[in-house]
Design a protein around this ligand. Sequence first.
Ligand SMILES: Nc1ncnc2c1ncn2[C@@H]1O[C@H](COP(=O)(O)OP(=O)(O)O)[C@@H](O)[C@H]1O
Ligand SMILES: [Mg+2]
Length: 367
Amino acid sequence: MRCTEGYREEMGDDRINLIVIFGGQSAEHDVSCVTAAHVLRAVDQSRYRVTPIGIDRDGRWQLATAALAALEAGPRALPERLEAVGDSLSPTPMLAAAVLAGPVVVLPLLHGPLGEDGTVQGMLELMDVPYVGSGVLASAVGMDKALAKELLGYHRIPQARWISLREHEVGPDRLAAVAGELGLPVFVKPSNMGSSVGVSKATTLVELQHSVDHALSYDEWVVIEEAIRGREIEVAVLGNLDPVASVPGEIVPGNEFYDYEDKYVEDGAQLLIPAPLTDVQSEEVRRRAIEVYHALRCEGLARVDFFLEEHGRGFLVNEVNTMPGFTPISMYPKMWQSSGISYPELVDRLIDLAVERHRRRRRNTKH
Ligand SMILES: Nc1ncnc2c1ncn2[C@@H]1O[C@H](COP(=O)(O)OP(=O)(O)O)[C@@H](O)[C@H]1O
Ligand SMILES: [Mg+2]
């Protein structure tokens, strides 16, 4: 029996209230609004009663009334992207009322800080609502590149050489020492971000200072890494205790690296699914993706990204995304499609996993 069916019977209701939260305060607000439109279109309305909730750029929550009306008119009436506007509401009373009204699952389709980083997940834990994706810990660690790297290092999972610095530690001497240790060029990134926002490549000490200043405008921690010359390989992982890995995909960046424009603005990057790898390489990267998933305690879903240094160290993990891009043309759903799981089925599976995780944690938590 499917997990959600049991849940529906148990609660004596015939449709699950699927609360789709989108938008958010991060630089990835727009991406989330596009994703939400596609997810709403794919949701089976005979099984789920959808409540779209938008978070605007200032962090205000609202019932997305236009999206709700479009949904009622039929999925075709939905626009290409939702707007995070409507009737304002307070999240905690809304969630408490939803829980009392019957079975509910939250789908937090939020990317970046204040969405993908454990903050919203923490609120959902407090409200005791099942939600799609990783819990507080994995979401927070997955979002923080420096901490994720420390943990992966502890598990001896190969990655690029790196150094992290906090704002007050940055100065010319320290940066010269970093360049001496890692060599130039390097990649500089804010520790807590996504979508390549704040990421740049530095080939000289002067550029390094600029790159660090730029990254520090997004977060007080920066990560500096040796520049890897390699292919970019990604794997989609799905599951809770016993996760499975998709066929790997490859990104061939159109720009010098896979930057924001390449991801969302231009049509530059090429996506190759499956990635042209040997069977041995493919098995290795899938196995490693699952190791990373466990090391960071991910649940539900994550996309694990690697570099492949072909004539060197092989696969080096780059980062983990606990709420990866999820439009039908995003890597995560496309890799599953190529592995035999369609977009609507993926949404269903994620909801089942949310319910399963919630039940398990309830059993394991003594209040
Ligand atoms: N150490 C590195 N060596 C080479 N390219 C890198 C390195 N780090 C990042 N990049 C390039 O920058 C892109 C964005 O960096 P990433 O760490 O994935 O940040 P984000 O979380 O913003 O996606 C990568 O997809 C890759 O093209
Ligand atoms: Mg990335």
